[in-house]
Design a protein around this ligand. Structure first.
Ligand SMILES: Nc1ncnc2c1ncn2[C@@H]1O[C@H](COP(=O)(O)OP(=O)(O)O)[C@@H](O)[C@H]1O
Ligand SMILES: [Mg+2]
Length: 506
């Protein structure tokens, strides 16, 4: 009985062992097929060598790369892969076979006749016998890095070109990191400042060294901060002192560039000293010429007036006509000179305005009176609409008279029939004044150019009417100096409405 029981137990154990073996075999099979599918489908090359560098196994990628040297198995690796009769001097696999460790090397990929067709990143690992622990061969794992290499070479070339451009450009260029360190500082920057990049980076704050005056420094800092915070290009004009003590006016444009997470400041420095000097010379020249012309001109005008008034003796009608035309032209010339003087003063920042409480209504009535004859002569109607509560503005009466005179002059000049209306109204803390006419209007395409210097779109026929094209630019500058705005609504044939605002005097 016992014998039967033990026999049964043995049979059961045998049965268990058999099924365990079957399971293990199946697992092994699965692992094998998994490994072989990896081996066959992988896009990198795999080549197994024995310890004498004979190829014993390759995957399809390897066969594809070295199709000209097929069959690969059985050949020496240096023969199949490098068309050589002896091992290569720099071979990571040789090292692995000798020393046992993993090795890596970038090697050329060679086609027919040993010609280089690309680049491979070769990793070699030792194959070790599980029992004897001896090196029995090596596995080469090979990645094609040809495209990567080409891309890298292209980037490198692009970078070299960029550096060459930055170096040869005629403007100073710097790139500053968040610690205030110059990452880029081109040679023109060295020429401009006299400081090398090493020197510039050695100062705690280069700007203190470069810009002696605190106000200028603040301006540059502010523009840099704005660029870093809001993006966009921020310019500032500043006087610098170069290492050798010479002073230069630079126009610095700051903008933001991002490098991964770091915000960097890109700055371009243009030397505008010469341009500033020329500009100053031009202003001086215009104001000198204008002043010099004024005196003789007023003498001529006075002379003409005396003759027209027949003080020295009677003149005939034809002489009156000729003199009237001469007078109109002299007046035009003096208008041009005055406009030129004004614009050069404004541009040089030398136009001063002295503000006081002024009645805009009173001022407009006065200018209207001055144009009365002209308006009547053209048969135009006028209308005014002034607020009951008054229209006191805080302004320079003389300069605002000049603005209104020009606007009315334009309205009269460019209107042949219809009317001219002037409206004043309160608008918050400002007083708004609109002068509208039913004249020829201004075309849509010309509208944006209106406040640009010397722009004239419709040439008036009579010589006395011809202007300088400076009136509106002067008016804009004057209004803006008062903290107001000026704008135009118009279209061809539809009349024109010019509106400006001035701060209310409270
Ligand atoms: N009210 C208006 N109607 C039509 N065109 C106008 C009017 N005001 C200005 N313009 C156009 O704008 C130009 C510039 O005006 P302005 O600067 O005052 O110069 P100017 O009066 O010396 O010509 C004028 O020559 C004219 O073409
Ligand atoms: Mg004008």
């Amino acid at each position: 009985m016992d014998q039967i029981r033990s026999l049964k137990a043995r049979m059961e154990r045998l049965e268990r062992l058999r099924s365990e073996k079957a399971l293990a075999e199946e697992r092994l099979k699965k692992e094998e097929s998994f490994l072989s599918s990896v081996f066959f489908s992988i896009q990198d090359g795999i080549s197994v060598l024995d310890k004498d560098m004979n190829i014993v196994l390759v995957n399809p990628t390897m066969e594809h790369w070295y199709s000209h040297a097929m069959p690969l198995v059985g050949k020496k690796c240096y023969t199949a892969y490098h068309s050589r009769r002896t091992p290569c001097e720099v071979c990571p696999t040789r090292r692995t076979l000798r020393e046992g460790g993993a090795a890596r090397q970038i090697v050329p990929r060679r086609g027919t006749g040993g010609k280089i067709t690309g680049w491979l990143d070769l990793y070699s690992f030792p194959l070790i016998d599980a029992k004897t622990k001896k090196i029995i061969g090596a596995i080469e794992y090979v990645r094609d890095i040809t495209d990567k290499r080409i891309a890298e070479a292209k980037i490198k070339e692009l970078l070299m070109r960029l550096v060459a451009v930055i170096e040869h450009i005629d403007e100073g260029i710097t790139l500053t990191d968040s610690q205030g360190h110059f990452v880029i500082y081109n040679s023109k920057m060295g020429d401009l400042t006299g400081y090398s990049v090493e020197e510039a980076n050695s100062f705690k704050d280069f700007m203190i060294k470069l810009i002696p005056d605190t106000e200028g420094r603040d301006k540059v800092r502010e523009s840099a901060e704005k660029a870093l915070e809001n993006g966009g290009v921020h310019e500032s004009e500043v006087l610098i002192k170069a290492k050798d003590g010479t002073e230069k006016t630079l126009l610095i444009s700051n903008s933001l560039t991002r490098h991964s997470d770091e915000k960097m400041l890109l700055s371009v420095y243009r030397d505008i000293s010469r341009y500033k000097e020329l500009d100053r010379l031009k202003d001086d020249f215009i104001s000198m010429v204008s002043h010099e012309l004024r005196t003789p001109l007023s003498i001529i005008k006075e002379g003409i007036n005396i003759i027209i008034d027949e003080i020295p003796g009677k003149i005939n009608e034809q002489q009156v006509k000729i003199l009237a035309s001469a007078k109109a032209n002299v007046e035009r010339l003096s208008r041009i000179i005055n406009d030129l003087l004004d614009i050069s003063k404004i541009e040089a920042g030398r136009l001063d305005i002295s503000r006081e409480k002024t009645s805009l209504e009173g001022l407009i009535k006065q200018v209207l009176g001055y144009f009365e004859n002209k308006i009547k002569g053209k048969g135009l109607a006028t209308g005014t609409n002034f607020p009951k509560e008054g229209s006191d503005v805080y302004a320079d009466a003389e300069r605002i008279t000049q603005v209104v005179t020009n606007l009315l002059d334009n309205a009269v000049k460019f209107t042949d029939k219809g009317r001219i209306d002037i409206t004043i109204r309160r608008s918050g803390r400002m007083i708004e004044c609109a002068i509208s006419d039913t004249g020829i209007g201004i075309s849509r395409e010309n509208l944006p150019k209106l406040f640009t210097k010397f722009q004239q779109f419709e040439r008036a026929r009579r010589p006395g009417d011809r202007g300088t094209g400076l009136g509106l630019s002067i008016a804009k500058k004057i209004v803006e100096m008062h903290g107001g705005k000026i704008w135009v609504e118009s279209d061809s044939g539809k009349g024109t409405k010019v509106t400006f605002t001035l701060p209310r005097s409270s």
